[in-house]
Design a protein. Sequence first.
Length: 153
Amino acid sequence: GNESPAPVSAAHCYVGMDAVMVCGTPSLVMVQTVDQFGNACTKGNERVQVVLTHSKKGGATVEAAVKDHDDGSYSAPATVARAGAWNLSVLVDGKPVRESGCEVEAVYGPLAAADCLVSLVQEGEVTCGASSRVQVHAGATGDVRLLTGKEDE
């Protein structure tokens, strides 16, 4: 028949997103609301929050802007600036969904040569045609690339 779903049950709602995020690039977090029987909700207007917190002590927090599609589904493009493990928290009407608390890994995308700085390691004069030692500093031309965030764990 034409039964309406029961009220939304946060514990039964589900989330979809890529397991790996690329820093500086939005990753879409999708939320589907369902009732306690697992039936997809067909109307919107629920309070949905999507928050990512870096796992490092005192880590950054990013709250994504959530779009209500008015059909029981919600989307939130989330962008993080730092590599490492991030804890995903998704709340529906203030209650955590079942995937809330899962860990998502953020990595730096490909590095372009224009994002690097090359410097000489040796002191003194450089002779044309002779070997010289250099260092390549990733991302040194602007937003300094941090390491994965797990180095001191």
